[in-house]
Structure formats: structure tokens, C-alpha cells
Write a protein that binds this ligand. Structure first.
Ligand code: ADQ
Length: 472
């Protein structure tokens, strides 16, 4: 029954099998970001297997035999699956990132429906299922599937006759029913989700949205504990807010690289404060609006002219998808026009870097910045918000300005919460952050760091895996 401990075969003794679209870099743990780090730590702790698409994924044969490359590093075994390139692209750039990603980020205007996207999505998930069926050592393996690329995986595994406990964690938001039912595939997606035993979401809002969408779609009902009954099985849906390893990140921030130190000394001499943004260059992150808010700050609060710089680090991502090329062009135009208007020989208001930065340098840069600007239009959690808090010097901390539409806002109430669509409001919040007295900064930071410690990465994986193991 639900809630009973698996006594003969408890959570820790069962092998953990993680499945995600891509494998993380098992050899270079220091470079692992949010999600990858969380998964790797879980696997390193108890040993286990991680299945994901192989980096090149240029399989020539589109045949039925899965091509799997196995490797072992310490207690972690990785299985890299080679997939047919064309089909992979229709699945990844197509259904995952041109249909589901915009839909789940409330962007119906960007959603593309093409039958070959859906077809490839199902095919690739079936290939993942075939590969996994070969790799499993029995019904006892706990399977933890990650993210929107793999929604149909449990259903595909059930079709192969597998009775394992399968959990799913959605890293991105779940949209409200009015948006969700706008996709022609909504009933299938709900039916697929209900093939899992545990459905994990980032926030209470996402859980509510999922349950309402499931009710709107079929005859699914949820009891007071959030349990649904589906084809004779019990399905738990709950929030498991993802976190970071706070101490490890704080340590990295404290051992800043030399170039970061030189840069921040130079700014100190010039009396310049720094505002920082760090994001994948994604339209969900609200980057053009953020730059407009910064320009508005200079207009509305001119005491900040020549007194602040805004450093935006935006890493390249999904460049084969048209909407991403567009957001890049838009951002570069905005940065250019703000700099053109305000820059002089000694001051560049916006420094924009379109590159992935090593994590240790990133941590140092976050610590050296007086304001952290995290203003997505919609975000599952947003780990940069938590990283910014962890990176600060507790004796002289910076201030986080955070969008109410980031999942992190549910936990981080002591940051300056803003509506990213309201440019003036964001500009005022930045001004307030820049002028905030030390005492208030310390009080807010103290409350925030306590919160991110309580919901850290270890707590996230422990509570998810316990919930999964306890489903019987
Ligand atoms: P992302 O959309 O990628 O993740 P986020 O949570 O902010 O968003 O994680 C990004 C990670 O990449 C962070 O660890 C950050 O430091 C790193 N990163 C970003 N830009 C970088 C750069 N230029 N150089 C180096 N590193 C960079 C998805 C969901 C989120 C959810 C996470 C985890 O969209 O909402 O929080 O998964 O569940």
C-alpha cells in the first residue's frame, strides 16, 4: 500500500536507473550545472546507471536494434544511446523544443504542430524504452525519468511488459488547463503521464495546473493526498522543488579566479557597482525586457549613470530552432541600442557575453555583483537565483531581484519580487537593490540562504527517491 516502506528491499538497496535526454559529463563533476549535478550526486551516492542520447547521436541505421555504448566511471555506469539523426532532430528541435517547450512556458504563439514532430517524439521514446529494457536488471530497479523530452517513456516501457517503479520529474512549468488543452495531443500526454508511479513538479502551482489539466482531459480524479488511480495503478503527484549544493557553490564563489578579482578591483577603484544576469539565451528568460528595464533605470534614476554596469552572460542554446535565432538578434539589437545611447569613452553600461562560462568563474562573478537580476517570463525553478544567493559574502551580500514567474519565487520571498512584464517596476526594484542599506541586505540574505539550504539538491533527490521507493 502507499506509504508503506518497502521492507525487504528498501530504497537504498535498489539500483537507481536515471534516464534523461542527454548524459551529463560524468568525468568532470566540477563543470556539472544544476540538473546534471543533482543526478550525478544521486548516482555517485548509491551507484547506478544513467541512460541518455549519445552526444553525436549520428546513427546511420534506423533499424530496431538499439546501439548502446556502456562506460563505467567509479560507481556510475553510463549508457549512451545512438539514435538516427533525422529522427532525433524532429524529436529534439521539433516536438520537444518547438511544441512542448513553448506550450509549457505559456507561449502558445510560438507552438508549432507538425505530425512528423509527434511521430519522431514517440519513435525516439520507444527506442529509449527498448534500450532500457535491455539494461534493466529486474523489476526492482528504480527508474527516474527526467523532463519533457521523455513523457511517453513509461507508457512505452509498460507496453514492453515492465512493472518497475517509474518516477518522472518535470524540470519546467506545467501550464494551466486552458493553455494545455490547446494542444491537439493533450489527452495523449496526460494518459502518458499517468503511466508513471510518481510525478514530480517544481512548485505547488505546477501540481495544481497538472491536476486541473488531467481532470479537464479525462475522468481522472485525485484524492485529498493528491493520489490518482489510473488503470489499476496508484499515481502520486507532488512538488519537489529542486535545489543546489549550497556549500560547494559558496566555496567556488569564494575562490574566485584571478581575472574575476582584477575585474572587480578595477570596478572598485572606479566606484562602479555591477548588476549580473546569467541565463541560457532562451526566450523564456525575459532578456530583452531585462535590458529595457536597465535602460529605464538609467532614465528614471540618473544617479546610476556611470555608477553601475550590467553584465549579461547568455549561453548559446538550441540554435537550430528559429525562435532562438530571433531572440538572439533581438537581444543583440537591444544591447547595442542601449550602449549606443548611454556609453561614453570610460563607461559601457551593458557588457553582453554570448558564451558558456566555466562554473567556478561564474560563481566568482555572481559574488562580485551587487545585484542579481533573474527576470524570466516563466521558469520551472531557476537555479541561477539560488546560485546567486549561495555565492554572496554573508557579511556584505548583494540583492536578488526575482521574477514572480520563476518557480524559485515560491520559496524566495525575501528577494525583491517583480513582474518582469512591468519594465518600470523592474527598474525601480533595481534602484532599490542598489541603494539598500547593509543591515537590510544581511537580513534578507540570511533568510534566503536558510531557505536554499533547507531545499537543497540532496533534499530534492532524497525526497523524490523515497516517494518513488514507497510506492508499491
Ligand atoms: P535552465 O532553463 O537551464 O534549466 P536554470 O535553472 O537557471 O535554467 O539552470 C541553468 C544552469 O546553467 C545553472 O546552473 C547556471 O549556472 C548554468 N548556466 C546558465 N548560463 C550559463 C553560462 N552562460 N555559462 C555557464 N553556466 C551557465 C531547467 C529549467 C529550470 C530549472 C532547471 C533545473 O528551465 O527552470 O530550474 O532546469 O530543474
Amino acid at each position: 500500500a502507499l506509504g508503506d516502506r518497502h521492507t525487504t528491499n528498501d530504497a537504498r538497496s535498489r539500483r537507481l536507473v536515471v534516464v534523461s535526454n542527454r548524459l551529463g559529463n560524468v568525468r568532470d563533476l566540477a563543470q556539472a550545472g544544476g540538473l546534471t549535478a543533482g543526478i550525478l550526486d544521486a548516482l555517485a551516492e548509491r551507484g547506478g546507471l544513467w541512460l541518455g542520447a549519445s552526444e553525436g547521436h549520428h546513427g546511420s541505421a534506423a533499424g530496431d536494434e538499439p546501439l548502446i555504448h556502456l562506460e563505467r566511471v567509479g560507481k556510475i555506469e553510463t549508457a549512451a544511446l545512438t539514435l538516427p539523426q533525422q529522427e532525433y532532430s524532429l524529436y529534439y528541435n521539433g516536438y520537444a523544443n518547438s511544441t512542448l517547450w513553448p506550450l509549457f512556458h505559456y507561449r502558445l504563439d510560438l507552438v508549432q504542430h507538425r505530425s512528423e514532430f509527434l511521430h519522431a517524439y514517440r519513435q525516439i521514446n520507444a527506442r529509449f524504452a527498448q534500450a532500457l529494457a535491455r539494461l534493466l536488471s529486474g523489476n526492482d530497479d528504480l527508474i527516474w525519468v527526467h523532463d519533457y523530452h521523455l513523457i511517453p517513456l513509461a507508457a512505452a516501457l509498460r507496453r514492453l511488459g515492465l512493472g518497475n517503479r517509474i518516477g518522472f520529474f518535470l524540470h519546467i512549468p506545467f501550464p494551466p488547463p486552458d493553455l494545455f488543452v490547446a494542444t491537439p495531443d493533450h489527452a495523449e500526454l496526460i494518459a502518458d503521464l499517468l503511466q508513471y508511479d510518481v510525478l514530480g513538479f517544481q512548485t505547488a502551482t505546477d501540481v495544481t495546473n497538472f491536476r486541473r489539466s488531467a481532470r479537464a482531459t479525462g475522468s481522472t480524479t485525485f484524492d485529498a493526498g493528491g493520489i490518482a488511480q489510473s488503470s489499476g495503478r496508484t499515481v502520486l503527484s507532488r512538488s519537489f522543488p529542486i535545489g543546489i549544493d549550497v556549500d560547494a557553490f559558496a566555496r567556488m564563489a569564494n575562490e574566485a579566479a584571478e581575472d574575476v578579482q582584477i575585474d572587480s578591483m578595477r570596478r572598485q577603484i572606479l566606484g562602479l557597482k555591477q548588476i549580473i544576469g546569467v541565463d541560457r539565451l532562451d526566450y523564456s528568460k525575459g532578456l530583452p525586457g531585462r535590458m529595457q528595464a536597465f535602460a529605464r533605470l538609467l532614465e528614471k534614476h540618473p544617479e546610476n549613470e556611470r555608477a553601475v554596469t550590467y553584465l549579461q552572460i547568455a549561453s548559446p542554446t538550441r540554435e537550430e530552432v528559429a525562435a532562438y535565432a530571433e531572440i538572439r538578434a533581438q537581444l543583440e539589437a537591444t544591447a547595442g541600442s542601449v550602449n549606443g545611447k548611454y556609453a561614453d569613452l570610460t563607461w559601457t553600461p551593458i557588457r553582453y557575453i554570448h558564451r558558456t562560462v566555466p562554473r567556478s568563474r561564474l560563481a566568482g562573478l555572481l559574488r562580485a555583483s551587487q545585484v542579481g537580476l533573474v527576470t524570466p517570463l516563466r521558469d520551472g525553478m531557476n537555479l541561477v537565483a539560488k546560485e546567486y544567493i549561495a555565492a554572496q559574502d554573508p557579511a556584505d551580500p548583494g540583492v536578488l531581484v526575482l521574477s514572480r514567474f520563476a518557480g524559485a519565487a515560491e520559496e524566495l520571498a525575501q528577494s525583491l519580487i517583480v513582474n518582469p512584464y512591468a519594465v518600470d517596476e523592474v527598474a525601480d526594484a533595481i534602484a532599490k537593490a542598489l541603494a539598500m542599506p547593509l543591515e537590510e541586505r544581511i537580513a534578507r540574505h540570511g533568510a534566503l540562504i536558510e531557505r536554499i539550504r533547507r531545499n537543497d539538491a540532496a533534499q530534492w533527490r532524497k525526497s523524490f527517491l523515497e516517494a518513488l521507493a514507497n510506492m508499491s
